[in-house]
Design a binder for this molecule. Structure first.
Ligand code: KIV
Length: 281
Protein backbone atom coordinates (compact mmCIF):
# COMPACT_ATOMS: atom_id res chain seq x y z
CA UNK A 1 0.00 0.00 0.00
CA UNK A 2 1.27 3.48 -0.77
CA UNK A 3 0.78 6.45 1.50
CA UNK A 4 -1.05 9.59 0.48
CA UNK A 5 0.89 12.19 -1.48
CA UNK A 6 0.28 15.89 -1.72
CA UNK A 7 1.24 18.34 -4.44
CA UNK A 8 4.48 20.24 -3.79
CA UNK A 9 4.15 23.72 -2.41
CA UNK A 10 7.83 24.35 -3.13
CA UNK A 11 9.23 24.99 -6.59
CA UNK A 12 9.14 22.13 -9.07
CA UNK A 13 12.76 22.80 -10.07
CA UNK A 14 15.16 22.02 -7.25
CA UNK A 15 12.43 21.15 -4.74
CA UNK A 16 13.41 18.30 -2.40
CA UNK A 17 10.29 16.34 -1.52
CA UNK A 18 11.85 12.90 -1.02
CA UNK A 19 9.45 11.40 -3.56
CA UNK A 20 8.92 11.44 -7.30
CA UNK A 21 7.42 14.47 -9.01
CA UNK A 22 3.85 13.68 -10.06
CA UNK A 23 1.30 15.05 -12.52
CA UNK A 24 -0.30 16.92 -9.59
CA UNK A 25 2.97 18.75 -8.88
CA UNK A 26 3.17 19.74 -12.53
CA UNK A 27 -0.42 21.00 -12.56
CA UNK A 28 0.25 22.97 -9.36
CA UNK A 29 3.30 24.63 -10.97
CA UNK A 30 1.11 25.84 -13.85
CA UNK A 31 -1.32 27.35 -11.35
CA UNK A 32 1.61 29.16 -9.70
CA UNK A 33 2.77 30.40 -13.16
CA UNK A 34 6.10 28.73 -12.42
CA UNK A 35 8.55 27.90 -15.21
CA UNK A 36 10.51 24.66 -15.09
CA UNK A 37 13.27 22.83 -16.96
CA UNK A 38 13.15 19.39 -18.58
CA UNK A 39 15.98 17.49 -20.28
CA UNK A 40 16.42 14.24 -22.09
CA UNK A 41 18.38 11.43 -20.44
CA UNK A 42 19.34 8.01 -21.74
CA UNK A 43 21.53 6.41 -19.05
CA UNK A 44 21.73 6.05 -15.28
CA UNK A 45 24.82 8.18 -14.52
CA UNK A 46 23.67 11.19 -16.50
CA UNK A 47 20.20 10.83 -15.03
CA UNK A 48 21.69 10.92 -11.52
CA UNK A 49 23.49 14.21 -12.23
CA UNK A 50 20.34 15.83 -13.61
CA UNK A 51 18.18 14.42 -10.81
CA UNK A 52 20.53 15.72 -8.11
CA UNK A 53 20.51 19.14 -9.81
CA UNK A 54 16.74 19.19 -9.26
CA UNK A 55 15.50 18.67 -12.82
CA UNK A 56 11.87 17.65 -12.21
CA UNK A 57 11.09 15.82 -15.46
CA UNK A 58 13.38 13.72 -17.66
CA UNK A 59 12.45 12.48 -21.09
CA UNK A 60 13.90 9.32 -22.55
CA UNK A 61 13.38 10.74 -26.02
CA UNK A 62 13.25 8.85 -29.27
CA UNK A 63 16.06 11.31 -30.05
CA UNK A 64 18.08 8.38 -28.65
CA UNK A 65 17.88 7.13 -32.23
CA UNK A 66 20.30 9.91 -33.18
CA UNK A 67 22.32 10.69 -30.04
CA UNK A 68 22.68 7.13 -28.71
CA UNK A 69 22.26 4.85 -31.71
CA UNK A 70 23.73 7.08 -34.43
CA UNK A 71 20.80 7.06 -36.91
CA UNK A 72 20.09 10.21 -38.92
CA UNK A 73 16.44 10.48 -37.83
CA UNK A 74 14.24 9.25 -34.98
CA UNK A 75 12.39 6.80 -37.22
CA UNK A 76 14.46 3.60 -36.84
CA UNK A 77 14.47 3.34 -33.05
CA UNK A 78 12.20 0.68 -31.53
CA UNK A 79 10.45 0.02 -28.24
CA UNK A 80 13.01 -2.72 -27.55
CA UNK A 81 15.81 -0.17 -28.09
CA UNK A 82 14.28 2.38 -25.71
CA UNK A 83 13.10 0.19 -22.84
CA UNK A 84 16.60 -0.54 -21.43
CA UNK A 85 17.51 3.17 -21.64
CA UNK A 86 14.29 4.13 -19.84
CA UNK A 87 14.91 1.54 -17.13
CA UNK A 88 18.44 2.92 -16.64
CA UNK A 89 17.15 6.49 -16.25
CA UNK A 90 14.55 5.34 -13.71
CA UNK A 91 17.25 3.46 -11.76
CA UNK A 92 19.56 6.49 -11.87
CA UNK A 93 17.00 8.93 -10.49
CA UNK A 94 14.89 9.20 -7.37
CA UNK A 95 12.93 12.44 -7.68
CA UNK A 96 12.34 13.23 -11.36
CA UNK A 97 9.32 12.03 -13.26
CA UNK A 98 10.68 9.84 -16.07
CA UNK A 99 8.76 10.12 -19.34
CA UNK A 100 9.14 7.49 -22.07
CA UNK A 101 8.80 8.59 -25.69
CA UNK A 102 6.70 6.17 -27.73
CA UNK A 103 8.75 5.48 -30.88
CA UNK A 104 7.56 5.71 -34.48
CA UNK A 105 5.29 2.80 -35.41
CA UNK A 106 4.57 1.81 -31.82
CA UNK A 107 1.26 3.68 -31.32
CA UNK A 108 -0.09 5.07 -34.60
CA UNK A 109 -1.89 1.89 -35.72
CA UNK A 110 -4.54 1.93 -33.00
CA UNK A 111 -5.31 2.96 -29.41
CA UNK A 112 -4.81 -0.70 -28.47
CA UNK A 113 -1.30 -0.68 -29.92
CA UNK A 114 -0.54 2.52 -27.99
CA UNK A 115 -1.77 0.94 -24.76
CA UNK A 116 0.33 -2.19 -25.27
CA UNK A 117 3.46 -0.12 -25.95
CA UNK A 118 2.89 2.29 -23.06
CA UNK A 119 2.21 -0.63 -20.70
CA UNK A 120 5.57 -2.17 -21.67
CA UNK A 121 7.39 1.07 -20.80
CA UNK A 122 5.63 1.20 -17.45
CA UNK A 123 5.94 -2.48 -16.49
CA UNK A 124 9.39 -3.29 -17.93
CA UNK A 125 11.14 0.07 -17.45
CA UNK A 126 9.22 1.75 -14.62
CA UNK A 127 8.34 4.86 -16.66
CA UNK A 128 5.97 7.28 -14.95
CA UNK A 129 4.43 8.80 -18.08
CA UNK A 130 4.65 8.56 -21.86
CA UNK A 131 4.88 11.06 -24.72
CA UNK A 132 3.53 10.68 -28.23
CA UNK A 133 3.45 12.91 -31.31
CA UNK A 134 0.46 14.24 -33.23
CA UNK A 135 -2.85 16.06 -33.03
CA UNK A 136 -6.37 14.95 -34.00
CA UNK A 137 -5.23 11.57 -35.32
CA UNK A 138 -3.89 10.44 -31.92
CA UNK A 139 -6.82 11.65 -29.78
CA UNK A 140 -8.23 8.10 -29.42
CA UNK A 141 -4.79 6.91 -28.31
CA UNK A 142 -4.52 9.67 -25.69
CA UNK A 143 -8.04 8.97 -24.42
CA UNK A 144 -7.40 5.24 -24.00
CA UNK A 145 -4.02 5.73 -22.28
CA UNK A 146 -5.46 8.29 -19.89
CA UNK A 147 -8.45 6.08 -19.11
CA UNK A 148 -5.98 3.28 -18.33
CA UNK A 149 -4.24 5.53 -15.79
CA UNK A 150 -1.22 6.43 -17.91
CA UNK A 151 -0.15 10.08 -17.83
CA UNK A 152 0.40 11.39 -21.37
CA UNK A 153 2.44 14.28 -22.75
CA UNK A 154 1.35 15.32 -26.24
CA UNK A 155 3.70 16.82 -28.87
CA UNK A 156 2.75 19.31 -31.62
CA UNK A 157 4.54 21.56 -34.12
CA UNK A 158 7.62 19.95 -35.60
CA UNK A 159 6.97 16.30 -34.85
CA UNK A 160 10.20 14.59 -35.96
CA UNK A 161 8.54 11.21 -36.54
CA UNK A 162 6.66 12.91 -39.42
CA UNK A 163 9.79 14.48 -40.93
CA UNK A 164 9.12 12.89 -44.33
CA UNK A 165 5.53 14.17 -44.45
CA UNK A 166 6.59 17.63 -43.23
CA UNK A 167 9.31 17.90 -45.90
CA UNK A 168 12.16 18.36 -43.43
CA UNK A 169 12.92 19.83 -40.02
CA UNK A 170 11.20 23.20 -40.44
CA UNK A 171 9.22 25.67 -38.36
CA UNK A 172 5.54 24.69 -38.09
CA UNK A 173 2.34 26.60 -37.30
CA UNK A 174 2.87 29.76 -39.32
CA UNK A 175 -0.29 31.50 -40.64
CA UNK A 176 -3.41 29.36 -40.97
CA UNK A 177 -1.54 26.32 -39.61
CA UNK A 178 -1.36 28.13 -36.27
CA UNK A 179 -5.16 27.92 -35.90
CA UNK A 180 -5.04 24.19 -36.63
CA UNK A 181 -2.30 23.73 -34.05
CA UNK A 182 -4.34 25.66 -31.48
CA UNK A 183 -7.36 23.43 -32.17
CA UNK A 184 -5.18 20.32 -31.80
CA UNK A 185 -3.74 21.64 -28.53
CA UNK A 186 -7.20 22.19 -27.06
CA UNK A 187 -8.38 18.78 -28.26
CA UNK A 188 -5.35 17.04 -26.71
CA UNK A 189 -5.95 18.81 -23.41
CA UNK A 190 -9.61 17.76 -23.58
CA UNK A 191 -8.53 14.17 -24.29
CA UNK A 192 -6.58 14.20 -21.02
CA UNK A 193 -2.95 15.01 -21.89
CA UNK A 194 -1.29 16.53 -18.81
CA UNK A 195 1.30 18.58 -20.74
CA UNK A 196 2.08 19.55 -24.31
CA UNK A 197 5.44 19.80 -26.06
CA UNK A 198 5.56 22.56 -28.69
CA UNK A 199 8.51 22.11 -31.03
CA UNK A 200 9.74 24.70 -33.54
CA UNK A 201 6.75 27.00 -33.63
CA UNK A 202 6.66 30.82 -33.70
CA UNK A 203 6.93 32.30 -30.22
CA UNK A 204 3.65 34.25 -30.49
CA UNK A 205 1.75 31.04 -31.32
CA UNK A 206 3.41 29.27 -28.37
CA UNK A 207 2.39 32.16 -26.15
CA UNK A 208 -1.24 32.00 -27.31
CA UNK A 209 -1.38 28.24 -26.78
CA UNK A 210 0.22 28.59 -23.33
CA UNK A 211 -2.30 31.16 -22.14
CA UNK A 212 -5.23 29.25 -23.67
CA UNK A 213 -4.47 25.92 -21.97
CA UNK A 214 -4.74 24.91 -18.35
CA UNK A 215 -2.05 22.22 -18.84
CA UNK A 216 1.60 23.30 -19.12
CA UNK A 217 3.33 23.79 -22.45
CA UNK A 218 6.92 22.59 -22.83
CA UNK A 219 8.81 24.48 -25.51
CA UNK A 220 11.71 23.43 -27.69
CA UNK A 221 12.40 26.09 -30.28
CA UNK A 222 9.11 27.73 -29.28
CA UNK A 223 10.40 30.93 -27.66
CA UNK A 224 10.32 32.18 -24.07
CA UNK A 225 6.61 32.09 -23.21
CA UNK A 226 6.00 28.37 -22.65
CA UNK A 227 5.65 27.06 -19.10
CA UNK A 228 8.67 24.76 -19.41
CA UNK A 229 11.66 24.32 -21.72
CA UNK A 230 13.14 21.02 -22.88
CA UNK A 231 16.45 20.36 -24.63
CA UNK A 232 18.34 17.25 -25.66
CA UNK A 233 21.20 17.14 -23.15
CA UNK A 234 23.89 16.53 -25.77
CA UNK A 235 22.76 19.76 -27.49
CA UNK A 236 22.89 21.96 -24.41
CA UNK A 237 26.20 20.49 -23.22
CA UNK A 238 27.92 21.04 -26.58
CA UNK A 239 28.33 17.45 -27.71
CA UNK A 240 26.17 17.77 -30.85
CA UNK A 241 28.33 19.02 -33.76
CA UNK A 242 25.74 21.31 -35.42
CA UNK A 243 22.78 21.96 -33.13
CA UNK A 244 19.63 23.78 -34.27
CA UNK A 245 19.27 27.57 -33.93
CA UNK A 246 17.07 27.20 -30.83
CA UNK A 247 19.81 25.43 -28.84
CA UNK A 248 21.92 27.33 -26.32
CA UNK A 249 25.21 25.62 -25.45
CA UNK A 250 26.07 25.77 -21.76
CA UNK A 251 29.31 23.78 -22.08
CA UNK A 252 31.80 22.74 -24.74
CA UNK A 253 31.64 19.08 -23.76
CA UNK A 254 33.02 17.85 -27.08
CA UNK A 255 36.03 20.15 -26.62
CA UNK A 256 36.51 19.09 -22.99
CA UNK A 257 36.32 15.40 -23.92
CA UNK A 258 38.72 15.91 -26.80
CA UNK A 259 41.25 17.55 -24.47
CA UNK A 260 40.85 14.82 -21.84
CA UNK A 261 41.10 11.86 -24.23
CA UNK A 262 44.22 13.32 -25.89
CA UNK A 263 45.84 13.92 -22.49
CA UNK A 264 45.12 10.30 -21.48
CA UNK A 265 46.42 8.92 -24.78
CA UNK A 266 49.58 11.08 -24.67
CA UNK A 267 50.32 9.96 -21.09
CA UNK A 268 49.84 6.29 -21.99
CA UNK A 269 52.23 6.68 -24.92
CA UNK A 270 54.82 8.60 -22.88
CA UNK A 271 54.49 6.32 -19.84
CA UNK A 272 53.35 9.20 -17.59
CA UNK A 273 50.21 7.23 -16.73
CA UNK A 274 49.81 5.20 -14.61
CA UNK A 275 52.06 6.27 -11.74
CA UNK A 276 52.49 4.48 -8.40
CA UNK A 277 49.49 6.51 -7.19
CA UNK A 278 47.26 4.55 -9.57
CA UNK A 279 48.90 1.16 -8.94
CA UNK A 280 48.37 -1.59 -6.36
CA UNK A 281 51.17 -2.89 -4.15
O1 KIV B 1 12.92 12.83 -28.54
C1 KIV B 1 13.12 13.91 -27.98
O2 KIV B 1 14.21 14.16 -27.46
C2 KIV B 1 12.02 14.88 -27.97
C3 KIV B 1 12.20 16.25 -27.50
C4 KIV B 1 11.00 16.99 -27.15
C5 KIV B 1 13.43 16.85 -27.16
O3 KIV B 1 10.95 14.52 -28.34
Amino acid sequence: MSGTSTATTTALYGGRSGRRVTVRDIAAAKERHEKWPMVTAYDAMTARVFDEAGIPVMLVGDSAAMVVYGYDSTLPVTTDDLIPLTAAVVRGSSRAMVVADLPFGSYQASPQQALETAARFMKEAGAHAVKLEGGQRVLPQVELLVSAGIPVIAHLGLTPQSVNALGGYRVQGRGQAGDELMADAKALQHAGAFALVLECVPEDLAQRVTTSLSIPTIGIGAGPYTDAQVLVWQDLMGLTPEPAKFVKRYLDLAGEMDRAIRAFADEVVSGAFPTREHSYR
